[in-house]
Ligand binder design. Structure first.
Ligand code: H2B
Length: 95
């Protein structure tokens, strides 16, 4: 069982993530990534997919043409955990 982030941890960590917003309904973090076209968006998704599989932590996401909407939440914790913060940081590095 993965631990949910405490209020203090959220207050410290969330402002360090560029453009990621807390989704209160899901208790996750969300961000929209926009690319030039579908090839850019799908290329990004394939790179995120490899990262996610390696980390054994998987995004909830959708794609429409050049846009990719990502929501990170931890099913095992029923909310936001450090695993989401770490995956968001890793995604930022390859966005
Ligand atoms: N992804 C996410 N987002 N949350 C999880 O709790 C999770 C996961 N758990 N990917 C992993 C897989 C778990 O089901 C396996 C068994 O470790």
């Amino acid at each position: 069982m993965t631990a949910k982030l405490t209020e203090a941890e959220r207050a410290e960590l969330l402002p360090t993530l560029d453009g990621w917003k807390h989704d209160a309904a899901r208790d996750g973090i969300a961000k929209r990534f926009t690319f030039d076209d579908f090839v850019g968006a799908f290329g990004f998704m394939t790179r995120v997919a490899l990262l996610a599989e390696k980390a054994d932590h998987h995004p909830e996401w959708s794609n429409v043409y050049n846009k990719v909407d990502i929501l990170l939440t931890t099913h095992d914790a029923d909310g936001l955990s450090m695993r989401d913060i770490e995956l968001a940081r890793a995604i930022e590095k390859l966005a």
